[in-house]
Design a protein around this ligand. Sequence first.
Ligand code: ATR
Length: 288
Amino acid sequence: MDSHQTTYGIIGYPVKHSLSPLMHNTAFAELGVDATYKLFPLKEEDLKNFFENLRKESNFIFGLNVTVPYKEKVIPYLDSLAPLAQRVGAVNTIVRTKDRKLVGYNTDAPGFLAHLAELKFNLKDKRITILGAGGSARALIAALCLIPERPQSIRIYNRTSSKIGDLLKDIASRVDTSIVEPVMSVDDLNIELADLLINTTSLGLKEGDPCLIDEHLLHSNILVYDLIYNPRETPLLKMAKATGAQTANGLGMLYYQGILSLQHWAGIQVQEEVKNKMRAVLEEVTND
Ligand code: ATR
Protein backbone atom coordinates (compact mmCIF):
# COMPACT_ATOMS: atom_id res chain seq x y z
CA MET A 1 0.00 0.00 0.00
CA ASP A 2 1.27 3.47 -0.86
CA SER A 3 0.75 5.26 2.44
CA HIS A 4 1.54 8.62 0.82
CA GLN A 5 -1.39 8.48 -1.55
CA THR A 6 -4.07 11.05 -0.83
CA THR A 7 -6.81 9.06 0.84
CA TYR A 8 -10.50 9.54 1.54
CA GLY A 9 -12.86 6.99 3.00
CA ILE A 10 -15.84 6.03 5.05
CA ILE A 11 -15.86 5.05 8.71
CA GLY A 12 -18.65 2.98 10.22
CA TYR A 13 -19.53 -0.51 11.28
CA PRO A 14 -20.41 -2.37 9.18
CA VAL A 15 -19.26 -0.54 6.03
CA LYS A 16 -18.55 -3.38 3.63
CA HIS A 17 -21.75 -2.88 1.63
CA SER A 18 -21.13 0.84 1.10
CA LEU A 19 -21.31 2.11 -2.48
CA SER A 20 -19.34 5.25 -1.61
CA PRO A 21 -15.93 3.81 -2.68
CA LEU A 22 -17.34 3.01 -6.11
CA MET A 23 -18.89 6.46 -6.48
CA HIS A 24 -15.89 8.46 -5.25
CA ASN A 25 -13.19 6.38 -6.93
CA THR A 26 -15.11 6.88 -10.19
CA ALA A 27 -15.05 10.63 -9.52
CA PHE A 28 -11.30 10.64 -8.79
CA ALA A 29 -10.62 8.73 -12.01
CA GLU A 30 -12.78 11.17 -13.99
CA LEU A 31 -11.12 14.16 -12.37
CA GLY A 32 -7.66 12.69 -12.96
CA VAL A 33 -6.92 13.00 -9.25
CA ASP A 34 -4.35 10.66 -7.72
CA ALA A 35 -6.44 9.73 -4.70
CA THR A 36 -8.20 6.69 -3.38
CA TYR A 37 -11.36 6.18 -1.34
CA LYS A 38 -11.33 3.31 1.15
CA LEU A 39 -13.53 1.50 3.60
CA PHE A 40 -12.57 1.94 7.24
CA PRO A 41 -14.55 -0.55 9.33
CA LEU A 42 -14.04 0.73 12.87
CA LYS A 43 -15.05 -0.69 16.21
CA GLU A 44 -16.18 1.92 18.70
CA GLU A 45 -13.15 1.34 20.93
CA ASP A 46 -10.90 2.25 17.98
CA LEU A 47 -12.53 5.63 17.24
CA LYS A 48 -10.35 7.65 19.63
CA ASN A 49 -7.14 6.22 18.23
CA PHE A 50 -8.31 6.70 14.65
CA PHE A 51 -9.00 10.40 15.24
CA GLU A 52 -5.71 10.93 17.05
CA ASN A 53 -3.89 9.45 14.06
CA LEU A 54 -5.88 11.60 11.66
CA ARG A 55 -4.22 14.71 13.04
CA LYS A 56 -0.69 13.43 12.45
CA GLU A 57 1.38 14.84 9.63
CA SER A 58 2.14 11.31 8.45
CA ASN A 59 -1.56 10.62 7.89
CA PHE A 60 -2.71 11.06 4.30
CA ILE A 61 -6.46 10.90 4.94
CA PHE A 62 -7.86 14.28 3.92
CA GLY A 63 -11.57 13.64 4.15
CA LEU A 64 -14.09 11.13 5.44
CA ASN A 65 -17.65 10.06 5.27
CA VAL A 66 -19.27 8.76 8.42
CA THR A 67 -22.02 6.17 8.53
CA VAL A 68 -23.85 4.04 11.12
CA PRO A 69 -23.41 4.01 14.04
CA TYR A 70 -21.04 7.01 14.33
CA LYS A 71 -22.80 10.04 12.83
CA GLU A 72 -23.32 11.53 16.28
CA LYS A 73 -20.45 9.81 18.06
CA VAL A 74 -17.73 11.49 15.96
CA ILE A 75 -18.76 15.01 17.02
CA PRO A 76 -16.60 15.18 20.19
CA TYR A 77 -13.50 14.37 18.09
CA LEU A 78 -13.97 17.33 15.73
CA ASP A 79 -12.70 20.91 16.04
CA SER A 80 -15.80 22.55 14.62
CA LEU A 81 -19.12 21.88 12.96
CA ALA A 82 -20.63 23.65 9.97
CA PRO A 83 -23.91 25.40 10.95
CA LEU A 84 -26.15 22.74 9.35
CA ALA A 85 -24.33 19.83 11.02
CA GLN A 86 -24.68 21.72 14.29
CA ARG A 87 -28.44 22.01 13.84
CA VAL A 88 -28.96 18.47 12.61
CA GLY A 89 -26.77 17.09 15.39
CA ALA A 90 -25.13 14.56 13.06
CA VAL A 91 -22.07 14.51 10.81
CA ASN A 92 -21.64 12.37 7.71
CA THR A 93 -18.72 14.28 6.17
CA ILE A 94 -15.41 15.36 7.69
CA VAL A 95 -12.89 17.69 6.09
CA ARG A 96 -9.30 17.73 7.31
CA THR A 97 -8.02 21.24 6.67
CA LYS A 98 -4.45 22.15 5.73
CA ASP A 99 -3.66 22.96 9.36
CA ARG A 100 -5.12 19.57 10.40
CA LYS A 101 -8.32 20.87 11.87
CA LEU A 102 -11.29 18.52 11.57
CA VAL A 103 -14.54 20.13 10.42
CA GLY A 104 -17.85 18.24 10.41
CA TYR A 105 -20.57 18.69 7.79
CA ASN A 106 -23.95 17.12 7.18
CA THR A 107 -24.67 16.41 3.52
CA ASP A 108 -27.44 13.84 4.16
CA ALA A 109 -30.01 16.55 4.83
CA PRO A 110 -29.31 18.68 1.72
CA GLY A 111 -28.76 15.46 -0.27
CA PHE A 112 -32.27 14.30 0.53
CA LEU A 113 -33.73 17.73 -0.31
CA ALA A 114 -31.80 17.82 -3.59
CA HIS A 115 -33.27 14.48 -4.60
CA LEU A 116 -36.80 15.67 -3.76
CA ALA A 117 -36.16 18.76 -5.88
CA GLU A 118 -35.04 16.52 -8.76
CA LEU A 119 -38.32 14.62 -8.36
CA LYS A 120 -40.07 18.01 -8.57
CA PHE A 121 -41.64 17.45 -5.18
CA ASN A 122 -42.35 20.83 -3.55
CA LEU A 123 -42.54 20.44 0.22
CA LYS A 124 -44.50 23.61 0.96
CA ASP A 125 -47.68 22.86 2.92
CA LYS A 126 -47.31 19.13 2.33
CA ARG A 127 -48.39 16.46 4.80
CA ILE A 128 -45.43 14.21 5.46
CA THR A 129 -45.34 10.83 7.17
CA ILE A 130 -42.21 9.05 8.36
CA LEU A 131 -41.61 5.45 9.41
CA GLY A 132 -38.73 5.03 11.85
CA ALA A 133 -36.82 7.17 14.32
CA GLY A 134 -33.23 5.96 13.93
CA GLY A 135 -30.13 7.73 12.69
CA SER A 136 -31.45 8.24 9.14
CA ALA A 137 -34.69 9.83 10.36
CA ARG A 138 -32.74 12.48 12.29
CA ALA A 139 -31.24 14.27 9.29
CA LEU A 140 -34.50 14.09 7.35
CA ILE A 141 -36.62 15.51 10.15
CA ALA A 142 -34.16 18.33 10.78
CA ALA A 143 -33.97 19.09 7.04
CA LEU A 144 -37.76 19.15 6.69
CA CYS A 145 -38.12 21.46 9.71
CA LEU A 146 -35.44 23.87 8.49
CA ILE A 147 -36.51 24.54 4.91
CA PRO A 148 -38.28 27.84 4.17
CA GLU A 149 -40.96 26.00 2.15
CA ARG A 150 -42.47 24.75 5.36
CA PRO A 151 -44.46 21.50 5.19
CA GLN A 152 -47.87 21.50 6.89
CA SER A 153 -47.13 18.54 9.14
CA ILE A 154 -44.67 15.71 9.78
CA ARG A 155 -46.09 12.63 11.46
CA ILE A 156 -43.70 9.99 12.72
CA TYR A 157 -44.28 6.41 13.73
CA ASN A 158 -41.63 4.14 15.25
CA ARG A 159 -41.94 0.59 16.58
CA THR A 160 -40.25 1.73 19.79
CA SER A 161 -42.27 4.86 20.52
CA SER A 162 -39.96 6.13 23.29
CA LYS A 163 -37.19 6.61 20.70
CA ILE A 164 -39.25 9.23 18.84
CA GLY A 165 -39.56 11.25 22.04
CA ASP A 166 -35.83 11.11 22.66
CA LEU A 167 -34.99 12.00 19.07
CA LEU A 168 -37.43 14.92 18.94
CA LYS A 169 -36.30 16.27 22.27
CA ASP A 170 -32.78 16.37 20.95
CA ILE A 171 -33.65 17.94 17.57
CA ALA A 172 -36.01 20.46 19.23
CA SER A 173 -33.13 21.90 21.23
CA ARG A 174 -31.73 23.31 17.95
CA VAL A 175 -34.56 23.35 15.41
CA ASP A 176 -38.22 24.46 15.44
CA THR A 177 -40.05 21.11 15.43
CA SER A 178 -43.55 22.51 16.01
CA ILE A 179 -44.86 20.82 12.83
CA VAL A 180 -43.73 17.37 14.01
CA GLU A 181 -46.19 15.02 15.63
CA PRO A 182 -45.25 11.60 16.98
CA VAL A 183 -47.99 8.98 16.63
CA MET A 184 -48.48 5.65 18.39
CA SER A 185 -49.71 3.53 15.46
CA VAL A 186 -49.34 3.35 11.68
CA ASP A 187 -53.08 4.11 11.39
CA ASP A 188 -52.55 7.44 13.17
CA LEU A 189 -50.10 8.54 10.48
CA ASN A 190 -53.14 9.34 8.26
CA ILE A 191 -51.32 8.08 5.18
CA GLU A 192 -54.61 8.27 3.24
CA LEU A 193 -54.33 12.08 3.49
CA ALA A 194 -50.55 12.36 3.18
CA ASP A 195 -48.52 13.71 0.24
CA LEU A 196 -45.26 11.96 1.16
CA LEU A 197 -44.40 8.74 2.99
CA ILE A 198 -40.73 8.14 3.85
CA ASN A 199 -39.44 4.78 5.05
CA THR A 200 -36.32 5.24 7.16
CA THR A 201 -36.54 1.81 8.83
CA SER A 202 -34.43 -1.13 7.77
CA LEU A 203 -37.56 -3.12 6.86
CA GLY A 204 -37.28 -4.13 3.22
CA LEU A 205 -33.52 -4.66 3.23
CA LYS A 206 -33.86 -8.39 3.70
CA GLU A 207 -35.93 -10.68 1.55
CA GLY A 208 -39.15 -11.66 3.29
CA ASP A 209 -39.20 -8.57 5.52
CA PRO A 210 -42.76 -7.59 6.42
CA CYS A 211 -44.24 -4.28 5.29
CA LEU A 212 -45.47 -1.85 7.95
CA ILE A 213 -48.11 -0.36 5.66
CA ASP A 214 -51.35 -1.87 4.36
CA GLU A 215 -51.93 -1.46 0.66
CA HIS A 216 -55.34 0.16 1.19
CA LEU A 217 -53.65 3.17 2.87
CA LEU A 218 -51.68 4.06 -0.25
CA HIS A 219 -53.06 6.11 -3.12
CA SER A 220 -52.10 7.78 -6.36
CA ASN A 221 -51.53 11.25 -4.83
CA ILE A 222 -48.61 10.25 -2.66
CA LEU A 223 -44.85 10.01 -3.19
CA VAL A 224 -43.50 6.93 -1.41
CA TYR A 225 -39.79 7.39 -0.72
CA ASP A 226 -37.82 4.43 0.62
CA LEU A 227 -34.31 5.24 1.83
CA ILE A 228 -33.30 1.67 0.97
CA TYR A 229 -31.72 1.39 -2.50
CA ASN A 230 -30.59 -2.22 -2.42
CA PRO A 231 -32.93 -3.88 -3.31
CA ARG A 232 -33.93 -1.11 -5.70
CA GLU A 233 -37.59 -1.90 -5.17
CA THR A 234 -38.61 -2.91 -1.65
CA PRO A 235 -42.01 -4.58 -1.05
CA LEU A 236 -43.23 -1.13 0.08
CA LEU A 237 -42.23 0.46 -3.24
CA LYS A 238 -43.72 -2.43 -5.24
CA MET A 239 -46.99 -2.05 -3.41
CA ALA A 240 -46.93 1.73 -3.82
CA LYS A 241 -46.35 1.42 -7.57
CA ALA A 242 -49.29 -0.95 -7.84
CA THR A 243 -51.56 1.68 -6.29
CA GLY A 244 -50.39 4.30 -8.79
CA ALA A 245 -48.26 6.21 -6.28
CA GLN A 246 -45.05 7.96 -7.33
CA THR A 247 -42.04 6.10 -5.92
CA ALA A 248 -38.36 6.73 -5.26
CA ASN A 249 -35.56 4.84 -3.59
CA GLY A 250 -32.58 6.23 -1.67
CA LEU A 251 -30.05 6.02 -4.50
CA GLY A 252 -30.68 9.65 -5.42
CA MET A 253 -30.01 10.78 -1.86
CA LEU A 254 -26.83 8.69 -1.75
CA TYR A 255 -25.70 10.35 -4.97
CA TYR A 256 -26.46 13.92 -3.92
CA GLN A 257 -24.90 13.58 -0.47
CA GLY A 258 -21.80 12.13 -2.19
CA ILE A 259 -21.54 15.09 -4.59
CA LEU A 260 -21.81 17.51 -1.68
CA SER A 261 -19.17 15.61 0.32
CA LEU A 262 -16.80 15.65 -2.65
CA GLN A 263 -17.35 19.40 -3.04
CA HIS A 264 -16.48 19.97 0.61
CA TRP A 265 -13.28 17.93 0.30
CA ALA A 266 -12.20 19.43 -3.00
CA GLY A 267 -13.43 22.96 -2.35
CA ILE A 268 -14.74 23.13 -5.92
CA GLN A 269 -17.97 22.52 -7.79
CA VAL A 270 -17.99 19.12 -9.49
CA GLN A 271 -18.58 19.28 -13.26
CA GLU A 272 -21.71 17.73 -14.78
CA GLU A 273 -19.77 15.03 -16.68
CA VAL A 274 -18.19 13.81 -13.44
CA LYS A 275 -21.54 13.85 -11.65
CA ASN A 276 -23.12 11.89 -14.46
CA LYS A 277 -20.43 9.22 -14.25
CA MET A 278 -20.92 8.95 -10.48
CA ARG A 279 -24.65 8.50 -10.94
CA ALA A 280 -24.21 6.01 -13.75
CA VAL A 281 -21.99 3.64 -11.73
CA LEU A 282 -24.47 3.69 -8.86
CA GLU A 283 -27.36 2.90 -11.21
CA GLU A 284 -25.34 0.19 -12.90
CA VAL A 285 -24.27 -1.64 -9.78
CA THR A 286 -27.76 -1.66 -8.21
CA ASN A 287 -29.42 -2.73 -11.45
CA ASP A 288 -29.62 -6.48 -10.91
P1 ATR B 1 -30.58 3.98 10.62
O1 ATR B 1 -29.40 4.79 11.05
O2 ATR B 1 -30.42 3.37 9.26
O3 ATR B 1 -31.86 4.76 10.74
P2 ATR B 1 -31.10 2.61 13.07
O4 ATR B 1 -30.69 3.84 13.82
O5 ATR B 1 -30.64 1.30 13.57
O6 ATR B 1 -30.62 2.71 11.58
O7 ATR B 1 -32.69 2.62 12.94
C1 ATR B 1 -33.39 1.58 12.37
C2 ATR B 1 -34.87 1.94 12.31
O8 ATR B 1 -35.56 0.81 11.76
C3 ATR B 1 -35.49 2.18 13.69
O9 ATR B 1 -36.51 3.14 13.57
C4 ATR B 1 -36.04 0.79 14.03
O10 ATR B 1 -37.11 0.80 14.96
P3 ATR B 1 -36.82 0.66 16.55
O11 ATR B 1 -36.38 1.99 17.00
O12 ATR B 1 -38.11 0.21 17.11
O13 ATR B 1 -35.72 -0.38 16.67
C5 ATR B 1 -36.57 0.37 12.67
N1 ATR B 1 -36.76 -1.06 12.57
C6 ATR B 1 -35.80 -2.00 12.44
N2 ATR B 1 -36.36 -3.25 12.37
C7 ATR B 1 -37.71 -3.07 12.49
C8 ATR B 1 -38.85 -3.95 12.50
N3 ATR B 1 -38.68 -5.29 12.40
N4 ATR B 1 -40.07 -3.41 12.63
C9 ATR B 1 -40.24 -2.07 12.74
N5 ATR B 1 -39.21 -1.18 12.73
C10 ATR B 1 -37.97 -1.67 12.61
